[in-house]
Design a protein around this ligand. Structure first.
Ligand code: PRP
Ligand code: GUN
Length: 183
């Protein structure tokens, strides 16, 4: 279990984005190639690790939450909401600011309503800026966040809530090391 993910991480190249050591991996970048078996491995691990009782919606963030969210939605039959990086101007749309280790932008949430129970999933949590933005957007709708899970955790970001990770990594200038797993 998780052998494919661990192998793909420990063979990931690392590049500089400013001062930030950015690892490149199929799950977090879609390149060079996303193997179905890797996606299945992650979907199964998420189903095992998340509390899915009475969940109305899965919330993911564009872009690299989408393939994970699609796999998870098809395995659980729970509908998927994609938080986008451009506005649609629909009634009730919530805009929040996102800051990561190497970028800043706006996120736009549609399709989540007061009283609903949602889970948030994403590819990676590093500074926690994206998850904090998603949490703030969902809280402002009056929906309840039942669980949060990322495939990869790097660092010890505080998102103000419990965070489940399938694997934890350390990233140096040249290398990714898996230091813990959910198993
Ligand atoms: O914990 P953080 O520092 O916020 O980093 C994590 C976020 O960074 C990446 O998103 P990014 O905004 O780079 O966009 P992408 O998904 O389009 O690659 C990734 O998909 C996470 O959502
Ligand atoms: N691919 C990739 N996505 C990220 N999102 C936040 N940090 C990283 C990183 O180092 N690599």
């Amino acid at each position: 279990m998780l052998e494919r993910l661990i192998h793909s991480l420990e063979t990931s190249p690392v590049m500089k984005r400013g001062e930030y050591n950015y690892f490149i991996n199929p799950i977090t970048d879609g390149v060079p190639l996303l193997e179905p078996a890797l996606l299945r491995e992650i979907g199964c691990a998420m189903v095992r690790n998340l509390d899915l009782a009475k969940i109305d919606k899965i919330v993911v963030c564009e872009a690299m939450g989408i393939h994970i969210g699609v796999a998870f939605s098809m395995m659980t039959d729970i509908p998927l909401v994609v938080v986008r990086k451009r506005p649609y101007g629909l009634p009730g749309e919530v805009a929040v600011h996102q800051t990561t280790g190497y970028s800043k932008g706006e996120l736009y949430l549609n399709g989540v309503a007061a009283g609903e129970r949602v889970v948030i999933i994403d590819d990676v949590c590093s500074t926690g800026g994206t998850l904090r933005a998603l949490i703030s957007a969902i809280e402002s709708t009056g929906a309840e966040i039942a669980d949060i899970c990322v495939v990869i955790g790097r660092g010890d970001a505080d998102i103000g809530r419990p965070l489940k990770t399938l694997v934890k990594i350390e990233v140096s200038e040249t290398q990714v090391r898996v230091v813990d797993t959910c198993l």
